[in-house]
Design a protein around this ligand. Structure first.
Ligand SMILES: Cc1cc2nc3c(=O)[nH]c(=O)nc-3n(C[C@H](O)[C@H](O)[C@H](O)COP(=O)(O)OP(=O)(O)OC[C@H]3O[C@@H](n4cnc5c(N)ncnc54)[C@H](O)[C@@H]3O)c2cc1C
Length: 400
């Protein structure tokens, strides 16, 4: 495995970082007490600049208007972008749109691509992914209550979802619903495209999360599908194929998230070290002279480095062997990097004292928003169980 960064990519990473320092970091303070909706006009201006620079859609192939990077190379880009909470949306590689684009590229019909994928790639519309339900455990995605019943040429969808991120203002949702209740456990659900203006699509509320109901892109929504009718042509991929497609979507998606988290860690680490070197706790004695702070710095450095190598290994395996074969590595990074993120953010806030709690720095924003990293895309415990089961199988124990 070769994790060296090609020269050309190094240059791009440096340029992107410099651009972020000049154009994006100063915008972060504008987010204090506001929502993504409030700063949309400014973000759209930045998007224009990104297109002109040829950095638009760094996760997509050239044929789709993207940068044409391998997953490994995109992983490095995602890390740099992760240093600000504003950059992924500016480059049009934000969740859940990035994952939805991937599904549409792979499984969309020509008509679906024209209607949904193209405007998504151009950044003209946004989308959401509607799978988790309040009345069923999201950690067991094969068990859900939402149904889609074929009635003539239409699917009739009924169900109750929540935590459909970014649904406020989205043009369409990719909905997971049971279409084949008699099939085996993992072949019961399908993905169906539901335009958000379909009668029966009811956005109940933007759920308040960690004190913020949010708006527009920055929302997690509760949605009721009440006899929502869509043409049967809105089926995405094969009927009963929803679970398999979701698994494929989540593989590269976890690399994107994990590298973004490492970007957050690096920024939090930078801020921690800068403050430790500057803030004096006694005359002539900056915080960095205290051993406990030195330990936090050393532990953070070791954990971030380890996390990065683990993610690159997983990305290498997806690129070179396949997503299915990389399942263990993907689960390992999901819980490991989420844990490192939480620890590094916490230490950085602690070193900053009261300043760490303010919105003058991005730390408090991330602390609120990224606690969820240990829950979404599969809680820690589910990934740990998955990894352990696979390992134990090699030792002759099959745990059901
Ligand atoms: C900020 C945020 C954004 C999200 N965005 C989306 C989105 O866009 N679309 C979408 O569909 N969903 C989204 N989700 C939902 C997310 O995927 C689910 O919350 C997640 O899958 C867990 O499901 P649950 O909340 O129902 O928890 P449950 O399944 O009820 O689990 C609760 C807890 O039980 C424990 N647990 C579960 N299973 C096991 C086990 N086998 N062994 C031991 N312990 C276990 C875990 O600690 C877990 O946290 C989002 C969630 C958050 C917080």
């Amino acid at each position: 495995m070769d994790f060296s960064i090609p020269k050309e990519l190094q240059k791009i990473l440096k340029e992107i970082h410099e651009w972020m320092e000049a154009e994006i970091y100063p915008m972060e303070r504008n987010l204090a007490g506001k929502t993504f909706k409030d700063i949309l006009p400014e973000l759209n201006e930045k998007r224009k600049a990104i297109k002109e620079k040829g950095w638009w859609l760094p996760q997509m192939p050239k044929e789709e208007g993207g940068m044409g990077l391998s997953l490994m190379d995109f992983a490095h880009v995602s890390e740099v972008l992760g240093r600000s909470m504003l950059t992924h949306p500016v480059f049009n590689c934000q969740a859940p749109d990035a994952g939805n684009m991937e599904i549409l590229v792979q499984y969309g019909t020509d008509e679906q691509k024209e209607k949904y994928l193209e405007p998504l790639l151009k950044g003209e519309i946004r989308s959401c992914f509607s799978m988790t339900e309040p009345d069923h455990p999201g950690s067991n995605p094969a068990w859900m209550g939402t149904t889609a019943v074929l009635d003539g040429d239409e699917y009739v969808i009924n169900g109750h979802k929540w935590f459909t991120s970014a649904a406020d203002g989205a043009k369409f949702a990719i909905v997971m619903a049971v279409t084949n209740p008699e099939a085996s456990r993992y072949q019961q659900a399908s993905m169906i495209i539901v335009p958000c203006d379909t009668p029966g699509f009811q956005l109940v509320r933007n759920i308040s999360v960690m004190g913020e109901p949010g708006a527009d892109y920055g929302t997690h929504c509760e949605i009721v599908y009440d006899n929502c009718r869509v043409p049967k042509e809105n089926l995405l991929g094969p009927e009963g194929g929803g679970f398999i497609i979701a698994q494929q979507r989540l593989g590269p998606g976890r690399i994107h998230h994990c590298m973004r988290w490492i970007g957050i860690c690096e920024r939090a680490f930078d801020l921690m070290c800068t403050h430790a070197a500057k803030r004096e706790v006694a005359p002539g004695k900056p915080l960095g002279t205290r051993q406990i702070v030195q330990a936090w710095i050393a532990e953070s450095r070791a954990e971030i480095n380890a996390a990065r190598l683990m993610v690159l290994e997983a990305a290498w395996k997806i690129d070179n062997v396949g997503t299915y074969e990389a399942r263990t590595e993907i689960s390992v990074i999901k819980f490991y990097v989420a844990g490192v993120l939480q620890k590094v953010l916490d230490r950085s806030i602690q070193v900053h004292g009261a300043l760490g709690m303010t919105d003058d720095l991005p730390l408090a924003y991330w602390y609120r928003h990224e606690r969820a990293a240990r829950i979404y895309d599969g809680p820690d415990e589910v990934h740990k169980v998955t990894v352990a089961k696979r390992i134990l199988r090699q030792y002759g124990i099959t745990v059901s």
